[in-house]
Design a protein around this ligand. Structure first.
Ligand code: PEP
Length: 263
């Protein structure tokens, strides 16, 4: 554990809309568990399968120390919201939820305001939250990444307080780096993660800025993970494509364990 962190580093596996059948999902989670469970007291690993596989995966991860999360949730508790899943429906058997992933912002029109409502509802229902933020390539090219990311963080934290910070994680995921194989320059990632922590401090206090965990995500692989998790303000990573290969994901967990073990 790093001296700043009072919590473990976090490695999150966002499976997105994969695998397409439950047998493959169970094979994948068993492969991940064979390694990740051995590191569970030093690295918090969380798996985010698609909704239909959550229940079956939960039975495999039970008691392993590896945690389970949903890729999204709605903000209302119940009612006429066809297709939505409320945070309370996840509480008790899922520990985590992702809100504001850029694929939802870009393809489904999710706004900062919706992300803020989802985060607050999930936290109020005892879930831990990964809130994703990140600039598009045009913002990066125009040099406006900082403005975009800080506006997303400000809006996302609108309904939160310092009490939420221990269960809040902010994942910096430049949209141009997601699934592109073009991971961000670690210096850019570092500067942006520093900015995120500063904005958290301004909005909900210095204590929260220390407590909140900040991740990097965007084409993380076993080959490049070290260059992110060794950054002083980085508390782990959110992994998409590489989390679908059990051995590669296991290697990402191993490297994270080694890096944090030396801090
Ligand atoms: C993600 O889905 O959040 C992600 C970072 O994907 P990838 O690792 O494939 O870029």
């Amino acid at each position: 554990m790093s001296s700043r962190l009072s919590q473990l580093p976090l490695v999150a596996a966002n499976w997105k809309m994969n695998p397409t059948n439950v047998e493959d999902a169970l094979d994948l989670v068993r492969g991940v568990l064979s390694v990740a469970r051995g590191h569970a007291d030093r690295v918090e690993s969380v798996i985010f399968p698609p909704f239909p596989w959550l229940l079956s995966v939960s039975e495999v991860v039970a008691e392993s120390g590896v945690k389970l999360g949903a890729q999204d949730c709605f903000w209302e508790a119940s009612g006429a919201y066809t297709g939505e899943v409320s945070p309370a429906m996840l509480t008790g058997w899922c520990q985590w939820v992702i809100v504001g992933h850029s694929e939802r912002r870009v393809h489904l029109g999710e706004t900062d305001e919706m992300v803020a409502k989802k985060a607050a509802a999930a936290l109020a229902n005892d879930l831990s939250v990964i809130m994703c933020v990140g600039e598009l390539s045009e913002h990066y090219d125009a040099g406006t990444s900082d403005q975009v990311v800080s506006a997303q963080v400000r809006a996302g934290l609108a309904n939160l307080s310092a009490d939420d910070s221990a269960r809040l994680v902010i994942a910096y995921e430049p949209v141009w780096a997601i699934g592109s194989g073009k991971s961000a320059d670690p210096e850019h990632a570092y500067m942006t993660m520093r900015l995120i922590r500063r904005v958290v401090g301004e909005l909900i206090g210095a204590g929260a800025a220390r407590k909140v965990r900040v991740l990097y995500g965007g084409s993380v692989t076993a080959a490049n993970v070290e260059s992110y998790v060794e950054l002083p303000l980085c508390d782990g990573c959110l992994v998409g494509g590489a989390s679908l290969k059990a051995e590669e994901f296991a290697q990402i967990v191993r490297v994270t364990n080694e890096v944090y073990g030396h801090r």
